[in-house]
Design a protein around this ligand. Structure first.
Ligand code: HBI
Ligand code: FE
Length: 296
């Protein structure tokens, strides 16, 4: 067994937090996880499953159970890969932390999902600034069992590789799409709004905030609206976008985005907390009705 890889975390400088990018692929050092590591997984897993009952989308809960994830101990990537590969052809690879965007997109385009090999320390249980094993494994991996979402993630990766070749503005537009769907997306079920975004499902506070707080906007999915909307990474989101289904998400990514990027380049970006005329605004936790300024 090679030596345990080192944790790669954001650098805290006098200019604030600077993300550190590492591109290496590492074997999951499963035998090196400490009792604290497994206890952190168990605590977070049990707590989140309790919070997510009635709040996470049905697909998320079904997928996580189908994967055979449990709170007992940190899952082995090799075990999950057997189930995941059969279901949708995706496999997990161990990484040290955040990857440069092109590396990340290339992995997604080849149905490889990068999972950080290390889990947060016990004192970081309530908040950690960068994606750790819990965020990636508990938050991102289950929905890769869902065939439509699995297709969306591959299509997203392919789009990311293309956007990277077009330029920084196209990349920014596309990164916003990832942020407001894969990381912080809500989905409408007949019994109400539910969470599917990984950044929400892996956070107790945001799981409650996203559905029950009066503060954030909840706006119906609109591709170009999302691609224009700015976001912050260090606070709860001011706006969540709501899809009707993963098919809607997959359909939205079918067209070639090049003309969309060209159109967006001529438009201003939208501050995160803004509501525009014509936005489909959902009330908190609502399932059926939505009201918009232009509603008749
Ligand atoms: N790297 N390991 C890892 N995990 C991510 O979720 C990730 C990343 N690099 C870039 C990134 N996400 C976002 O900028 C995406 O929007 C591309
Ligand atoms: Fe993430």
């Amino acid at each position: 067994m090679s030596a345990t890889p080192r944790r790669v975390e954001n650098l805290h400088t006098d200019k604030g937090k600077v993300p550190v990018y590492a591109t290496g692929i590492v074997e999951q050092p499963w035998d090196d996880y400490s009792a604290d590591d497994h206890a952190t997984w168990a605590t977070l897993y049990a707590r989140q499953r309790e919070v997510l009952a009635g709040r996470a989308s049905d697909e998320f809960i079904q997928a996580q159970d189908a994967m055979g994830m449990t709170p007992d101990r940190i899952p082995r990537f090799a075990d999950l890969n057997e189930v995941l590969r059969d279901a949708t052809g995706w496999t997990l690879i161990g990484v040290e932390g955040l990857l440069p965007e092109l590396d990340f997109f290339d992995h997604l385009a080849n149905r490889r999902f990068p999972v950080t090999w290390w889990i947060r320390r016990p004192d970081q249980v309530d908040y950690i600034e960068e994606p750790d094993l819990f965020h990636d494994l508990f938050g991102h991996v289950p929905l890769l069992m869902n065939p439509v979402f699995a297709d969306y993630m591959e299509a997203y990766g392919r789009g990311g590789v293309k956007a990277h070749g077009i330029g920084p503005e196209a990349l920014q537009n596309l990164t916003r799409l990832y942020w407001y769907t894969v990381e912080f997306g809500l989905i409408r079920q007949k019994d109400g709004l539910r969470i599917y975004g990984s950044g929400i499902v892996s956070s107790k506070g945001e799981s409650l905030h996203s559905l029950e707080s009066a503060a954030p906007n909840r706006i119906g999915f609109d591709l170009e609206r999302i691609m224009r909307t700015r976001y912050r990474i260090d606070t709860y989101q001011k706006t969540y976008f709501v899809i009707d289904s993963f098919e809607q998400l997959m359909d939205a990514t079918r067209p070639d985005f090049t003309p969309i990027y060209a159109r967006l380049a001529r438009q201003d970006s939208i501050p995160a907390g803004t509501v525009l005329d014509g936005d489909k605004v959902y009330q908190r936790g609502s399932g059926e009705g939505w009201a918009s300024d232009g509603d008749v």
